[in-house]
Design a protein. Structure first.
Lengths: 234, 234
DNA sequence: CGGGAGATTGACTGATCTCAACCCGGGTGG
DNA sequence: CCACCCGGGTTGAGATCAGTCAATCTCCCG
Protein backbone atom coordinates (compact mmCIF):
# COMPACT_ATOMS: atom_id res chain seq x y z
CA UNK A 1 0.00 0.00 0.00
CA UNK A 2 2.53 2.50 1.22
CA UNK A 3 5.25 2.99 -1.36
CA UNK A 4 8.77 1.94 -0.51
CA UNK A 5 10.50 5.22 -1.06
CA UNK A 6 9.15 7.60 1.53
CA UNK A 7 10.69 11.06 1.31
CA UNK A 8 13.01 12.12 4.10
CA UNK A 9 11.73 14.69 6.53
CA UNK A 10 14.97 16.53 5.95
CA UNK A 11 13.69 17.55 2.54
CA UNK A 12 11.04 19.50 4.29
CA UNK A 13 13.27 21.33 6.72
CA UNK A 14 16.51 21.91 4.92
CA UNK A 15 15.41 22.44 1.37
CA UNK A 16 16.11 25.79 -0.17
CA UNK A 17 12.46 26.46 -0.76
CA UNK A 18 11.41 25.41 2.71
CA UNK A 19 10.01 27.93 5.13
CA UNK A 20 12.47 26.49 7.60
CA UNK A 21 15.52 27.39 5.56
CA UNK A 22 16.31 30.33 7.81
CA UNK A 23 16.57 28.27 10.95
CA UNK A 24 19.91 27.87 12.63
CA UNK A 25 21.39 24.51 13.55
CA UNK A 26 20.36 25.00 17.12
CA UNK A 27 16.84 25.80 16.11
CA UNK A 28 16.61 22.87 13.73
CA UNK A 29 17.66 20.65 16.59
CA UNK A 30 14.30 21.36 18.17
CA UNK A 31 12.33 19.66 15.45
CA UNK A 32 12.57 15.93 15.02
CA UNK A 33 13.88 16.18 11.49
CA UNK A 34 15.08 12.63 11.45
CA UNK A 35 11.70 11.25 12.24
CA UNK A 36 9.94 9.63 9.35
CA UNK A 37 7.12 11.75 7.92
CA UNK A 38 3.58 10.51 8.38
CA UNK A 39 1.88 8.70 5.55
CA UNK A 40 -1.74 9.53 4.72
CA UNK A 41 -3.78 7.50 2.28
CA UNK A 42 -6.12 9.00 -0.32
CA UNK A 43 -9.44 9.89 1.26
CA UNK A 44 -8.06 10.41 4.77
CA UNK A 45 -9.24 13.47 6.58
CA UNK A 46 -6.28 15.04 8.32
CA UNK A 47 -8.31 17.44 10.39
CA UNK A 48 -11.86 18.72 10.32
CA UNK A 49 -13.42 22.13 10.53
CA UNK A 50 -14.00 23.00 14.15
CA UNK A 51 -11.44 20.61 15.60
CA UNK A 52 -8.43 21.74 17.57
CA UNK A 53 -5.12 21.34 15.87
CA UNK A 54 -1.77 21.46 17.53
CA UNK A 55 0.62 22.67 14.91
CA UNK A 56 1.69 22.87 11.32
CA UNK A 57 1.48 20.29 8.61
CA UNK A 58 4.19 20.44 5.96
CA UNK A 59 3.45 18.53 2.79
CA UNK A 60 6.34 16.51 1.42
CA UNK A 61 4.43 14.66 -1.22
CA UNK A 62 0.82 14.24 -2.34
CA UNK A 63 -2.12 16.58 -2.79
CA UNK A 64 -4.50 17.81 -0.13
CA UNK A 65 -7.89 19.37 -0.67
CA UNK A 66 -8.73 22.16 1.74
CA UNK A 67 -12.39 23.09 2.03
CA UNK A 68 -15.07 24.65 4.15
CA UNK A 69 -18.52 23.24 4.63
CA UNK A 70 -21.34 25.64 3.90
CA UNK A 71 -24.64 25.95 5.67
CA UNK A 72 -26.41 23.25 3.67
CA UNK A 73 -23.47 20.86 3.85
CA UNK A 74 -22.08 21.69 0.43
CA UNK A 75 -18.32 21.90 0.39
CA UNK A 76 -16.45 24.92 -0.91
CA UNK A 77 -12.89 24.19 -1.92
CA UNK A 78 -10.62 26.97 -0.75
CA UNK A 79 -7.32 25.71 -2.11
CA UNK A 80 -5.10 22.71 -2.59
CA UNK A 81 -1.84 22.01 -0.80
CA UNK A 82 1.03 20.11 -2.35
CA UNK A 83 4.77 19.51 -1.90
CA UNK A 84 6.31 22.44 -0.10
CA UNK A 85 3.03 23.90 1.13
CA UNK A 86 1.98 24.15 4.73
CA UNK A 87 -1.45 23.76 6.28
CA UNK A 88 -2.96 24.63 9.59
CA UNK A 89 -0.91 27.70 10.34
CA UNK A 90 -3.93 29.99 10.59
CA UNK A 91 -5.35 27.99 13.47
CA UNK A 92 -1.96 27.45 15.03
CA UNK A 93 -1.17 31.12 15.11
CA UNK A 94 -4.55 32.35 16.21
CA UNK A 95 -5.01 29.45 18.61
CA UNK A 96 -8.41 28.83 17.13
CA UNK A 97 -10.13 25.67 15.97
CA UNK A 98 -9.57 24.79 12.34
CA UNK A 99 -11.83 26.70 9.98
CA UNK A 100 -11.38 24.22 7.15
CA UNK A 101 -11.34 20.50 6.59
CA UNK A 102 -8.34 18.92 4.88
CA UNK A 103 -8.61 15.70 2.95
CA UNK A 104 -6.01 13.72 1.05
CA UNK A 105 -6.61 13.59 -2.70
CA UNK A 106 -3.35 11.90 -3.56
CA UNK A 107 -1.41 9.71 -1.11
CA UNK A 108 0.68 12.05 0.97
CA UNK A 109 3.71 12.28 3.22
CA UNK A 110 3.44 15.01 5.77
CA UNK A 111 5.61 16.34 8.60
CA UNK A 112 3.97 17.73 11.68
CA UNK A 113 5.57 20.50 13.71
CA UNK A 114 4.16 21.33 17.07
CA UNK A 115 2.65 24.78 17.66
CA UNK A 116 4.96 25.59 20.58
CA UNK A 117 7.99 25.08 18.41
CA UNK A 118 6.59 27.21 15.61
CA UNK A 119 5.60 30.02 17.93
CA UNK A 120 9.03 29.95 19.49
CA UNK A 121 10.65 30.19 16.08
CA UNK A 122 8.46 33.12 15.15
CA UNK A 123 9.55 34.97 18.28
CA UNK A 124 13.20 34.05 17.98
CA UNK A 125 13.89 34.16 14.29
CA UNK A 126 12.78 37.23 12.42
CA UNK A 127 13.43 35.77 9.02
CA UNK A 128 11.28 32.79 9.79
CA UNK A 129 8.50 35.09 10.96
CA UNK A 130 8.79 37.14 7.82
CA UNK A 131 8.67 34.01 5.71
CA UNK A 132 5.44 32.95 7.34
CA UNK A 133 4.00 36.42 7.00
CA UNK A 134 4.76 36.33 3.33
CA UNK A 135 2.96 33.05 2.94
CA UNK A 136 -0.05 34.34 4.83
CA UNK A 137 -0.10 37.53 2.77
CA UNK A 138 0.20 35.63 -0.47
CA UNK A 139 -2.80 33.53 0.46
CA UNK A 140 -4.65 36.63 1.50
CA UNK A 141 -4.08 38.20 -1.89
CA UNK A 142 -5.28 35.05 -3.61
CA UNK A 143 -8.33 34.92 -1.39
CA UNK A 144 -9.21 38.48 -2.33
CA UNK A 145 -8.96 37.62 -6.01
CA UNK A 146 -11.12 34.60 -5.42
CA UNK A 147 -13.80 36.70 -3.73
CA UNK A 148 -13.90 39.15 -6.59
CA UNK A 149 -14.07 36.40 -9.18
CA UNK A 150 -16.85 34.46 -7.53
CA UNK A 151 -18.81 37.62 -6.92
CA UNK A 152 -18.53 39.01 -10.42
CA UNK A 153 -17.82 36.35 -12.99
CA UNK A 154 -20.18 33.90 -14.61
CA UNK A 155 -19.88 30.19 -14.00
CA UNK A 156 -18.43 29.75 -17.46
CA UNK A 157 -15.70 32.30 -16.79
CA UNK A 158 -14.90 30.82 -13.41
CA UNK A 159 -14.63 27.30 -14.74
CA UNK A 160 -12.22 28.41 -17.45
CA UNK A 161 -10.22 30.23 -14.81
CA UNK A 162 -10.20 27.24 -12.48
CA UNK A 163 -8.82 25.01 -15.21
CA UNK A 164 -6.05 27.47 -15.94
CA UNK A 165 -5.20 27.72 -12.26
CA UNK A 166 -5.03 23.97 -11.95
CA UNK A 167 -2.77 23.85 -14.96
CA UNK A 168 -0.42 26.41 -13.43
CA UNK A 169 -0.40 24.83 -10.02
CA UNK A 170 0.05 21.19 -10.91
CA UNK A 171 2.33 19.24 -13.18
CA UNK A 172 1.21 17.36 -16.25
CA UNK A 173 1.46 13.62 -16.55
CA UNK A 174 3.31 11.92 -19.39
CA UNK A 175 0.33 12.34 -21.73
CA UNK A 176 0.07 16.04 -20.93
CA UNK A 177 -3.05 15.62 -18.84
CA UNK A 178 -3.37 17.55 -15.61
CA UNK A 179 -1.77 15.54 -12.86
CA UNK A 180 -4.61 16.30 -10.47
CA UNK A 181 -7.84 14.42 -10.95
CA UNK A 182 -11.05 15.77 -9.54
CA UNK A 183 -14.63 14.59 -9.70
CA UNK A 184 -17.09 16.89 -11.46
CA UNK A 185 -18.51 17.60 -8.07
CA UNK A 186 -15.14 18.76 -6.78
CA UNK A 187 -14.72 21.01 -9.79
CA UNK A 188 -18.15 22.42 -9.02
CA UNK A 189 -17.03 23.02 -5.44
CA UNK A 190 -14.08 25.06 -6.61
CA UNK A 191 -16.13 27.14 -9.00
CA UNK A 192 -19.09 27.45 -6.67
CA UNK A 193 -21.78 25.96 -8.85
CA UNK A 194 -23.81 22.80 -9.41
CA UNK A 195 -22.26 19.57 -10.65
CA UNK A 196 -24.52 19.53 -13.70
CA UNK A 197 -23.39 22.97 -14.75
CA UNK A 198 -19.77 21.88 -14.68
CA UNK A 199 -20.60 18.84 -16.77
CA UNK A 200 -22.38 20.90 -19.40
CA UNK A 201 -19.67 23.53 -19.60
CA UNK A 202 -16.87 20.98 -19.74
CA UNK A 203 -18.46 19.29 -22.71
CA UNK A 204 -18.90 22.70 -24.33
CA UNK A 205 -15.22 23.42 -23.87
CA UNK A 206 -14.50 20.01 -25.31
CA UNK A 207 -16.77 20.66 -28.32
CA UNK A 208 -14.93 23.90 -28.90
CA UNK A 209 -11.59 22.10 -28.87
CA UNK A 210 -10.32 23.87 -25.75
CA UNK A 211 -9.80 20.78 -23.65
CA UNK A 212 -9.73 17.04 -23.97
CA UNK A 213 -11.47 14.79 -21.47
CA UNK A 214 -10.65 11.19 -20.59
CA UNK A 215 -12.64 10.15 -17.59
CA UNK A 216 -11.57 12.54 -14.87
CA UNK A 217 -8.42 13.52 -16.66
CA UNK A 218 -8.31 16.92 -18.31
CA UNK A 219 -5.87 18.06 -20.99
CA UNK A 220 -5.67 21.73 -21.88
CA UNK A 221 -5.51 22.17 -25.64
CA UNK A 222 -6.09 25.88 -26.11
CA UNK A 223 -4.99 27.84 -23.09
CA UNK A 224 -5.17 31.14 -24.92
CA UNK A 225 -8.87 30.90 -25.62
CA UNK A 226 -9.53 29.65 -22.11
CA UNK A 227 -7.75 32.73 -20.85
CA UNK A 228 -9.95 34.89 -23.00
CA UNK A 229 -13.08 33.16 -21.77
CA UNK A 230 -11.93 33.58 -18.18
CA UNK A 231 -11.25 37.31 -18.58
CA UNK A 232 -8.07 36.90 -16.63
CA UNK A 233 -5.26 39.28 -15.92
CA UNK A 234 -2.59 36.97 -14.55
CA UNK B 1 -13.09 71.54 6.91
CA UNK B 2 -10.54 69.73 8.95
CA UNK B 3 -11.77 69.39 12.51
CA UNK B 4 -9.86 71.09 15.26
CA UNK B 5 -9.20 68.08 17.43
CA UNK B 6 -6.93 65.81 15.46
CA UNK B 7 -6.00 62.65 17.33
CA UNK B 8 -2.42 62.29 18.45
CA UNK B 9 -0.25 59.82 16.59
CA UNK B 10 0.72 58.50 19.98
CA UNK B 11 -2.71 56.91 20.26
CA UNK B 12 -1.79 54.77 17.36
CA UNK B 13 1.55 53.58 18.64
CA UNK B 14 1.21 53.34 22.37
CA UNK B 15 -2.38 52.25 22.81
CA UNK B 16 -2.97 48.91 24.39
CA UNK B 17 -4.78 47.61 21.36
CA UNK B 18 -2.16 48.86 18.95
CA UNK B 19 -0.07 46.40 17.00
CA UNK B 20 2.88 48.48 18.11
CA UNK B 21 2.28 47.88 21.80
CA UNK B 22 5.11 45.35 21.96
CA UNK B 23 7.75 47.76 20.74
CA UNK B 24 10.49 48.87 23.09
CA UNK B 25 11.34 52.52 23.72
CA UNK B 26 14.30 52.24 21.41
CA UNK B 27 12.17 50.79 18.70
CA UNK B 28 9.44 53.35 19.11
CA UNK B 29 12.09 55.99 18.70
CA UNK B 30 12.40 54.93 15.08
CA UNK B 31 8.89 55.99 14.17
CA UNK B 32 7.98 59.65 14.16
CA UNK B 33 5.30 59.22 16.78
CA UNK B 34 5.15 62.91 17.51
CA UNK B 35 4.40 63.81 13.97
CA UNK B 36 0.83 64.80 13.28
CA UNK B 37 -1.18 62.10 11.53
CA UNK B 38 -2.28 62.78 7.97
CA UNK B 39 -5.80 63.98 7.35
CA UNK B 40 -7.78 62.47 4.45
CA UNK B 41 -11.10 63.87 3.33
CA UNK B 42 -14.10 61.75 2.37
CA UNK B 43 -13.76 60.51 -1.17
CA UNK B 44 -9.96 60.60 -1.24
CA UNK B 45 -8.24 57.61 -2.69
CA UNK B 46 -5.29 56.72 -0.50
CA UNK B 47 -3.77 54.25 -2.90
CA UNK B 48 -4.94 52.43 -5.98
CA UNK B 49 -4.78 48.85 -7.11
CA UNK B 50 -1.57 48.29 -8.97
CA UNK B 51 0.32 51.21 -7.48
CA UNK B 52 3.43 50.84 -5.37
CA UNK B 53 3.05 51.57 -1.73
CA UNK B 54 5.84 52.16 0.69
CA UNK B 55 4.53 51.10 4.03
CA UNK B 56 1.70 50.67 6.44
CA UNK B 57 -1.29 52.87 7.04
CA UNK B 58 -2.67 52.89 10.58
CA UNK B 59 -6.15 54.28 10.93
CA UNK B 60 -6.65 56.60 13.88
CA UNK B 61 -10.08 57.83 12.97
CA UNK B 62 -12.53 57.52 10.08
CA UNK B 63 -13.63 54.71 7.83
CA UNK B 64 -11.89 53.40 4.74
CA UNK B 65 -13.41 51.26 2.02
CA UNK B 66 -11.07 48.63 0.63
CA UNK B 67 -12.02 47.18 -2.72
CA UNK B 68 -10.83 45.44 -5.84
CA UNK B 69 -11.91 46.33 -9.34
CA UNK B 70 -13.23 43.44 -11.38
CA UNK B 71 -12.81 42.80 -15.07
CA UNK B 72 -15.70 44.98 -16.17
CA UNK B 73 -14.84 47.80 -13.80
CA UNK B 74 -17.32 46.84 -11.10
CA UNK B 75 -15.91 47.22 -7.63
CA UNK B 76 -15.92 44.41 -5.10
CA UNK B 77 -15.64 45.60 -1.54
CA UNK B 78 -13.27 43.36 0.40
CA UNK B 79 -13.50 44.98 3.80
CA UNK B 80 -13.58 48.24 5.69
CA UNK B 81 -10.85 49.64 7.90
CA UNK B 82 -11.50 51.80 10.92
CA UNK B 83 -9.80 53.05 14.10
CA UNK B 84 -7.10 50.61 15.11
CA UNK B 85 -6.96 48.79 11.79
CA UNK B 86 -4.03 48.76 9.43
CA UNK B 87 -3.96 48.74 5.67
CA UNK B 88 -1.34 48.01 3.08
CA UNK B 89 0.60 45.39 4.98
CA UNK B 90 0.06 42.70 2.37
CA UNK B 91 1.84 44.72 -0.28
CA UNK B 92 4.44 45.98 2.16
CA UNK B 93 5.40 42.52 3.24
CA UNK B 94 5.36 40.87 -0.15
CA UNK B 95 6.92 43.91 -1.82
CA UNK B 96 4.20 43.81 -4.42
CA UNK B 97 2.00 46.49 -5.87
CA UNK B 98 -1.27 47.07 -4.03
CA UNK B 99 -3.97 44.58 -4.96
CA UNK B 100 -6.78 46.79 -3.70
CA UNK B 101 -7.88 50.39 -3.84
CA UNK B 102 -8.57 52.23 -0.60
CA UNK B 103 -10.95 55.13 -0.44
CA UNK B 104 -12.04 57.30 2.46
CA UNK B 105 -15.72 56.92 3.38
CA UNK B 106 -15.56 59.02 6.51
CA UNK B 107 -12.97 61.74 7.06
CA UNK B 108 -9.89 60.01 8.41
CA UNK B 109 -6.68 60.52 10.33
CA UNK B 110 -4.01 58.08 9.36
CA UNK B 111 -0.40 57.42 10.38
CA UNK B 112 2.03 56.13 7.85
CA UNK B 113 4.93 53.89 8.79
CA UNK B 114 7.61 53.20 6.26
CA UNK B 115 8.13 49.64 5.03
CA UNK B 116 11.79 49.52 6.09
CA UNK B 117 10.86 50.29 9.65
CA UNK B 118 8.13 47.68 9.70
CA UNK B 119 10.31 45.00 8.19
CA UNK B 120 13.01 45.78 10.71
CA UNK B 121 10.52 45.47 13.55
CA UNK B 122 9.34 42.14 12.23
CA UNK B 123 12.88 40.83 12.19
CA UNK B 124 13.84 42.27 15.55
CA UNK B 125 10.75 41.90 17.63
CA UNK B 126 9.12 38.50 17.69
CA UNK B 127 6.03 39.68 19.47
CA UNK B 128 5.44 42.33 16.88
CA UNK B 129 5.85 39.75 14.13
CA UNK B 130 3.41 37.44 15.85
CA UNK B 131 0.94 40.26 16.22
CA UNK B 132 1.06 40.95 12.51
CA UNK B 133 0.76 37.28 11.71
CA UNK B 134 -2.32 37.11 13.84
CA UNK B 135 -3.88 39.99 11.98
CA UNK B 136 -3.07 38.43 8.64
CA UNK B 137 -4.45 35.07 9.74
CA UNK B 138 -7.59 36.64 11.08
CA UNK B 139 -8.21 38.32 7.75
CA UNK B 140 -7.45 35.08 5.99
CA UNK B 141 -10.09 33.28 7.99
CA UNK B 142 -12.61 35.99 7.24
CA UNK B 143 -11.75 35.85 3.56
CA UNK B 144 -12.38 32.11 3.52
CA UNK B 145 -15.77 32.61 5.10
CA UNK B 146 -16.53 35.29 2.57
CA UNK B 147 -15.63 32.98 -0.32
CA UNK B 148 -17.91 30.26 0.96
CA UNK B 149 -20.77 32.65 1.53
CA UNK B 150 -20.60 34.28 -1.87
CA UNK B 151 -20.28 30.93 -3.57
CA UNK B 152 -23.15 29.25 -1.78
CA UNK B 153 -25.66 31.71 -0.41
CA UNK B 154 -28.41 33.57 -2.20
CA UNK B 155 -28.32 37.33 -2.54
CA UNK B 156 -31.01 37.62 0.08
CA UNK B 157 -28.98 35.63 2.59
CA UNK B 158 -25.83 37.55 1.85
CA UNK B 159 -27.50 40.91 2.22
CA UNK B 160 -28.90 39.93 5.60
CA UNK B 161 -25.47 38.74 6.61
CA UNK B 162 -23.80 41.90 5.39
CA UNK B 163 -26.15 44.03 7.47
CA UNK B 164 -25.38 41.98 10.55
CA UNK B 165 -21.66 42.26 9.93
CA UNK B 166 -21.92 46.01 9.58
CA UNK B 167 -23.84 46.16 12.81
CA UNK B 168 -21.15 44.20 14.62
CA UNK B 169 -18.29 46.10 13.15
CA UNK B 170 -19.53 49.64 13.51
CA UNK B 171 -21.05 51.68 16.28
CA UNK B 172 -24.57 53.01 16.26
CA UNK B 173 -25.33 56.70 16.20
CA UNK B 174 -27.51 58.37 18.82
CA UNK B 175 -30.69 57.23 17.05
CA UNK B 176 -29.48 53.64 16.90
CA UNK B 177 -28.81 53.79 13.20
CA UNK B 178 -25.66 52.18 11.84
CA UNK B 179 -22.87 54.69 12.00
CA UNK B 180 -21.62 53.75 8.55
CA UNK B 181 -23.57 55.05 5.57
CA UNK B 182 -23.26 53.33 2.24
CA UNK B 183 -24.91 53.92 -1.09
CA UNK B 184 -27.10 51.10 -2.42
CA UNK B 185 -24.40 50.52 -4.96
CA UNK B 186 -21.80 50.05 -2.26
CA UNK B 187 -24.03 47.60 -0.46
CA UNK B 188 -24.36 45.75 -3.74
CA UNK B 189 -20.59 45.71 -4.06
CA UNK B 190 -20.23 44.06 -0.68
CA UNK B 191 -22.83 41.46 -1.40
CA UNK B 192 -21.75 40.90 -4.98
CA UNK B 193 -25.00 41.73 -6.74
CA UNK B 194 -26.76 44.46 -8.71
CA UNK B 195 -27.84 47.73 -7.14
CA UNK B 196 -31.47 47.09 -8.05
CA UNK B 197 -31.45 43.78 -6.23
CA UNK B 198 -30.22 45.44 -3.07
CA UNK B 199 -32.94 48.05 -3.33
CA UNK B 200 -35.66 45.47 -3.72
CA UNK B 201 -34.41 43.30 -0.89
CA UNK B 202 -33.91 46.24 1.45
CA UNK B 203 -37.48 47.32 1.00
CA UNK B 204 -38.59 43.74 1.56
CA UNK B 205 -36.68 43.67 4.84
CA UNK B 206 -38.29 46.97 5.69
CA UNK B 207 -41.77 45.65 4.86
CA UNK B 208 -41.08 42.70 7.12
CA UNK B 209 -40.12 45.01 9.95
CA UNK B 210 -36.52 43.79 10.11
CA UNK B 211 -34.90 47.13 9.43
CA UNK B 212 -35.76 50.78 9.22
CA UNK B 213 -34.47 52.98 6.43
CA UNK B 214 -33.95 56.72 6.45
CA UNK B 215 -32.10 57.76 3.35
CA UNK B 216 -28.85 55.87 3.51
CA UNK B 217 -29.14 55.21 7.20
CA UNK B 218 -30.06 51.72 8.31
CA UNK B 219 -31.42 50.71 11.70
CA UNK B 220 -31.59 47.04 12.62
CA UNK B 221 -34.90 46.25 14.29
CA UNK B 222 -34.97 42.46 14.34
CA UNK B 223 -31.49 41.04 14.38
CA UNK B 224 -32.68 37.58 15.27
CA UNK B 225 -34.74 37.14 12.13
CA UNK B 226 -31.98 38.64 10.02
CA UNK B 227 -29.68 36.03 11.50
CA UNK B 228 -32.11 33.34 10.54
CA UNK B 229 -32.42 34.65 7.02
CA UNK B 230 -28.65 34.81 6.71
CA UNK B 231 -28.16 31.23 7.88
CA UNK B 232 -25.27 32.34 9.98
CA UNK B 233 -23.20 30.51 12.51
CA UNK B 234 -21.30 33.35 14.16
C1' DC C 1 -34.50 76.62 -12.09
C1' DG C 2 -31.59 73.11 -14.36
C1' DG C 3 -28.41 69.37 -13.73
C1' DG C 4 -26.71 65.28 -11.90
C1' DA C 5 -26.27 61.50 -8.77
C1' DG C 6 -28.48 58.13 -6.56
C1' DA C 7 -32.86 55.60 -5.57
C1' DT C 8 -36.96 53.20 -7.21
C1' DT C 9 -39.97 50.53 -9.91
C1' DG C 10 -41.57 47.56 -13.62
C1' DA C 11 -40.93 44.45 -17.38
C1' DC C 12 -38.23 41.22 -19.50
C1' DT C 13 -34.57 37.92 -20.13
C1' DG C 14 -31.66 34.40 -19.37
C1' DA C 15 -28.07 32.01 -16.90
C1' DT C 16 -28.18 28.53 -13.47
C1' DC C 17 -30.23 25.50 -10.37
C1' DT C 18 -33.17 21.67 -9.36
C1' DC C 19 -35.33 17.46 -10.17
C1' DA C 20 -35.69 13.26 -12.35
C1' DA C 21 -34.40 9.71 -15.33
C1' DC C 22 -30.87 7.01 -17.14
C1' DC C 23 -26.20 5.29 -18.07
C1' DC C 24 -21.83 3.13 -16.99
C1' DG C 25 -18.15 0.60 -14.70
C1' DG C 26 -16.45 -1.56 -10.69
C1' DG C 27 -17.05 -4.26 -6.74
C1' DT C 28 -19.60 -7.56 -3.96
C1' DG C 29 -22.23 -11.25 -2.32
C1' DG C 30 -24.80 -15.29 -3.36
C1' DC D 1 -20.61 -16.52 -13.00
C1' DC D 2 -24.12 -13.31 -12.63
C1' DA D 3 -27.38 -10.16 -10.57
C1' DC D 4 -27.32 -6.22 -7.98
C1' DC D 5 -25.85 -2.05 -6.06
C1' DC D 6 -23.68 2.24 -5.74
C1' DG D 7 -21.15 6.25 -6.80
C1' DG D 8 -20.28 9.11 -10.34
C1' DG D 9 -21.45 11.05 -14.89
C1' DT D 10 -24.93 12.74 -18.44
C1' DT D 11 -28.92 14.64 -20.34
C1' DG D 12 -33.37 16.97 -20.62
C1' DA D 13 -37.19 19.80 -18.98
C1' DG D 14 -38.96 23.24 -16.14
C1' DA D 15 -38.65 26.56 -12.51
C1' DT D 16 -36.61 30.76 -10.72
C1' DC D 17 -33.42 33.87 -8.89
C1' DA D 18 -31.30 37.73 -10.12
C1' DG D 19 -29.33 40.69 -13.74
C1' DT D 20 -30.31 44.16 -17.40
C1' DC D 21 -32.70 47.93 -19.47
C1' DA D 22 -35.39 51.84 -19.35
C1' DA D 23 -38.34 55.20 -17.36
C1' DT D 24 -39.23 58.00 -13.46
C1' DC D 25 -38.52 60.11 -9.11
C1' DT D 26 -36.21 62.59 -5.42
C1' DC D 27 -32.93 65.20 -3.51
C1' DC D 28 -29.30 68.39 -3.22
C1' DC D 29 -26.54 72.01 -5.11
C1' DG D 30 -24.90 75.71 -7.68
Amino acid sequence: MKPHNPPSARECFIDNASIFRHLSHDELAKIPIDQEPDFYKRGTIIYSEGSRIYGFYCILRGIIKIYKTGFDGKEQIIRFAKKGDIMGFRSTINREPACTTTQVLEDAYICFVHADVVLEFIRQNGNFALELLQIACKELGEANDYITDIAQKTVRERLAEAIIHLRKEFDLDKDYYLQITLTREELANIVGTATESVIRLLSEFKQDGLIELTGRKIKVLDEKTLHKIANMNG
